[in-house]
Ligand binder design. Structure first.
Ligand code: 1PR
Length: 570
């Protein structure tokens, strides 16, 4: 007999499982957590969200004594749903960690994406095309789902019997979900895929338990359990994949003068009202963080970023107000959440020390999918280039970027960049600008300067450093960052459009995804930056907060012009 209390979560403590738990709760089910090998054998349904590296996932299962009970569970024909690395674990092994075997329920090896033909990780919304006539939970294959991974199982004839959906990313086609008997797996994250993803989780939870069969892997079981299984289709490589450009809403959060946490928005990073405005000198208040974020989720935001913009002030770690914001937001928002501000080694007022990795861990456990690092990334890049100049190994393994990427995967580490333009009088006088990467600009400086470089800043733009934006992003990519959030102090809050010159230069310097930020004022600004720079995502704050240009208006504008965008019906 089926009872929702028999649904177990297989968690090995590697990252954000809160959003899956929240998704299950939202659907009216409760989850127990597997705490010992015996729990696996008791379970009637298992959900396994894998996070981080394949090898780490498998060795964690092994060290907890879960591998054999899990194999026995899978052989018994009881339902199982693996997500991301939780699906990859079903295969024989992975190139990510060649010496660690997988569970071997499905034939095949997980391979790394080529990154010379496209941006890796594959991070964002893409289509999962059904290879079968009908499968559990996927109601509309035209609704994109959220992926974040650098490894996948290529779709070959060998995978045909188990591939439930196939996804194309650039020049590669991979298995984006599988089904074998009652075993089910998705490479994408249904718990981060909005309403479409919730429907899949619901279908898994609501499906009846299979009656015991002698051979759980036979087609008969597949037909009785998942109904109407047909022979998989051949999937020709399409001229274009279904990958979409993300539209991200960003909330700069801080305490106002009364101590309330508010969403604020600056002009070129100044968040206080000016003398000629009402409430001169006060912190601008555009709303409450969780309420605004929920509005953006329902408006179709593909991702939501929270930046704690006063992180350079010391707060005891466990009182970080953003932890509560994330806990609340992740209960009702099922798209990826990023949090930034204060990701660095900290010392509490009582003298206790916490590493950046521990701070990030608190955020992941509270519901964040990614952390974004600002100031600390600048210091790490400075140390990186100092090591290069001294002929030392450039990586120490000790930076926040390296340690967080190691534990949670590169895709969980965003570097938030706050550059500003510095004009150069004479491009030939290299000593005068310390040989920084120059850009020829169509927007001359106050003295008619035709060249500029972009200076990195720390502490929310309060302090400029002797590091240019290209040096920063190259170093951070090499240290293992998975994405660049590219702000621009000169454009922030101006509504005058993105700084295309800056964005183009950064995009050309790295192979990881780039988010364009600062300056959006009209829907055309989004079209322009996507067309002119090829960024993977665009971000805006002010126009969304002030409801001048809501997200659906931006998305509709872009879709009409044939930009690949996730359109939501809600
Ligand atoms: O240095 O790791 O503690 O991180 C601090 C973080 O806080 C950084 O990500 C930094 O960008 C951010 N931050 C610090 N001070 C400010 C400020 O405004 N005074 N906000 C600040 C950054 C820029 C974007 C903004 C876009 C789009 N604000 O967040 O959302 O520019 O705005 P627009 O669409 O309205 O033009 P650390």
């Amino acid at each position: 007999s089926s009872s929702s209390s028999d649904v177990y979560l297989l968690d090995y403590g590697a990252g954000n499982v809160r959003s899956l738990v929240n998704a299950v709760h939202q659907l009216g089910y409760t989850l127990k957590t597997i705490e010992a090998p015996e729990d696996i054998l008791k379970a009637q349904k298992i959900l396994f969200p894998g996070v981080g590296a394949f090898g780490h996932a498998m060795s964690s299962l092994k060290s907890k004594g879960y591998v054999e009970p899990l194999k026995e569970y899978l052989r018994s024909g009881r339902p199982f749903m693996g997500i991301c690395v939780g699906m990859q674990a079903l295969f024989e092994g992975s190139d990510e960690t060649p010496d660690v075997p997988g569970l071997g329920v499905l034939p095949g090896t997980v391979r790394q994406f080529r990154n010379d033909t496209k941006t890796v990780p594959h991070m964002g919304w893409n289509l999962a095309q059904l290879t079968l006539a009908q499968t559990v939970g996927i109601e509309d294959e035209r609704q994109p789902v959220y992926f974040v991974h650098s490894y996948a199982v290529p779709y070959t004839p060998r995978q045909r019997p188990w591939a439930m959906t196939v996804t194309q990313y650039g020049d590669e086609q991979f298995v984006s979900s599988v089904q074998r008997g009652a075993i089910f797996g998705t490479q994408f994250h249904p718990e981060k895929s909005g309403a479409a993803g919730l429907a899949m989780i619901k279908a898994f939870l609501a499906a009846p338990l299979p009656t015991a069969l002698k051979n759980p892997f036979d087609l008969e079981l597949e037909q009785t359990y998942w109904s109407k299984v047909t022979i998989p289709r051949d999937m020709p490589l399409l001229p274009q994949d279904g990958f979409t450009t993300r539209i991200i809403a960003c909330l700069d959060v801080r305490s106002n003068d009364n101590g309330d946490l508010v969403v604020t928005k600056g002009d070129q990073y100044d968040v206080r009202e000016r003398a000629d405005e009402a409430g001169a000198g006060e912190v601008r208040n555009l709303g409450k963080p969780v309420e605004l974020a929920e509005r953006y989720y329902h408006d179709g935001a593909d991702e939501i970023s929270f930046l704690n913009i006063t992180s350079f002030r010391n707060v005891p770690m466990h009182d970080l107000p953003m932890l509560e914001v994330l806990k609340q937001a992740s209960r009702s928002i099922f798209v990826p959440l990023t949090v930034g501000g204060g990701i660095r080694n900290v010392t509490d007022p009582d003298g206790r020390k916490f590493s950046a990795l521990e701070v990030a861990g608190e955020y992941f456990r509270s519901g964040a999918d990614k952390v974004s690092i600002g100031s600390d990334a600048v210091y790490a890049a400075e140390a990186y280039w100092a090591n290069v100049a001294a002929g030392q190994p450039e990586k120490t393994g000790q930076t926040a970027i390296e340690r967080i990427a190691q534990a949670y995967g590169a895709q969980a580490v965003v570097v938030s960049v706050d550059p500003r333009r510095i004009y150069v009088a004479d491009p030939d006088d290299r000593a005068a600008y310390n040989d920084h990467h120059l850009i020829t600009t169509r927007f001359p400086g106050p003295q008619g300067e035709t060249h500029c470089w972009y200076q990195c800043t720390v502490k929310g733009g309060r302090e400029g450093r002797d590091l240019d934006v290209i040096q920063l992003v190259v170093a951070c990519q090499n240290l293992g960052a998975g994405e660049i959030l590219l702000n621009c102090m000169d454009r922030d809050g101006t509504n005058s459009g993105y700084d295309l010159e800056l964005i183009r230069a950064v995009k050309a310097a790295v192979s990881i995804p780039v988010i364009a930020s600062s300056g959006a004022g009209t829907p055309e600004h989004f079209a322009e930056v996507i067309r002119e720079t090829g960024v993977e995502a665009t971000l805006a704050a002010g126009i969304f907060h002030r409801q001048e240009v809501p997200i659906p208006v931006v998305k509709h504008y872009l879709t009409e012009r044939k930009f690949p965008i996730r359109e939501t019906s809600a």
